[in-house]
Design a protein. Structure first.
Length: 134
């Protein structure tokens, strides 16, 4: 499936890194700020909220495009969140998609929507993220 974010592959990478760091699911959850049940659901999911996915990709310290089949964009590492949270820059995403939403401010999107906008615009997923305090 070209251009789709592979959540199953992300799940396997998270599980390996978690085991290598000798972390329980609960410890990982606290460290990244994403519910353990959400993280474990990625193995069978086709889509998920981008913010949680990006937090985990940031924790793995890899480019999000590593999990995008046949990515047309060379990936970049996500901006460091420090003690904050990695979020989708919805204004930038709206501009990339050329679909501003008057009278409606959204703060969430899915990873597949984010990847589709980034790939079609030729920008990295990392370039449509921002860090915010937790």
């Amino acid at each position: 499936m070209t251009g789709l974010f592979n959540l199953s592959q992300l799940s396997a990478a998270i599980d390996k890194a978690r085991a290598d760091c000798d972390l329980t699911w609960a410890q990982l959850s606290r460290e990244v700020g994403v519910a353990a049940s959400t993280i474990r659901r990625f193995a069978d999911a086709s889509d998920a909220e981008a913010d949680g996915v990006l937090q985990l990709v940031g924790w793995l310290a890899v480019a999000p495009e590593q999990f995008v089949a046949d990515s047309t964009v060379v990936g970049e590492l996500l901006p460091p969140a420090g003690n904050g949270v990695i979020r989708v820059d919805m204004e930038r995403l709206g501009n990339l998609m050329r679909s501003p939403r008057p009278n409606k401010v959204s703060t969430r999107t899915t990873i597949q929507r984010l990847v589709a906008a980034a790939q079609s615009s030729g920008v990295t997923v990392a370039s449509v993220t921002r860090s915010s305090p937790s």
